[in-house]
Design a protein around this ligand. Sequence first.
Ligand code: PGA
Length: 249
Amino acid sequence: MARNYFIAGNWKMHKTRGEAASLAKELVAALKDGKHKYLVAPSFTALETVAEIVKGSNILLGAQNCAPEEQGAHTGEVSVLQLKDVGVQTIILGHSERRHIYKEDDALINIKVRLALKHGFDVILCVGELLEEREAGKAEAVCKRQTVEGLKDVAAADISRVTIAYEPVWAIGTGKTATPEDADAIHAYIRKVIGELYGAGAAEKIIIQYGGSVKPDNAAALMAKENIDGALVGGAALKADTFVPIAKF
Ligand code: PGA
């Protein structure tokens, strides 16, 4: 496969600065000879600490969200300008926890995606269906809508800075992983959607990560699939013991 694997750790709302620093140091040492592309996304409060540690390493720094505006009266939000200032390179947007707990819709996520790209960030756009949507046979339709709406008005020139993360909501943090076959089928479908939007070349190149209970013992089987180009890892990203084997699958 011509695409490079991209393994990202989403630390969610975990870790103080000290805890984040310890994990980041372990990862820098353990992954220095790693063959894939790597990223960690700490909480906003730990970004600056982790930025210092991963600087010059092969681990990119990600944020888990951004505000839909550059600056202004948005109590409790963090802007792209502030993320740039601490050295963030990539922003995760549309995570299912943002969609379902914090009610972010496709239109809001699209504003954030375009703003992040405008400011030179790479973006990981997360898509994925709920269990009831899968059971109703709507998994593809949901992923298509979230992909098309999330990328609305994103220029062809910018699509190379977008990674898609397919994260079936029923698999996140539940210990239930999609089978490699089921995940690959949705990845292939999302790739087809990207082809319809941006052409065959972009579809062939775009990195589509799988997320949802990725663990050391299931990573290799998932990554072996034609359309699975990496992983967005939550729970197993919180310890070097579990993240490193995934990152070096
Ligand atoms: P999980 O989370 O690996 O704990 O299922 C994945 C994610 O939410 O990105």
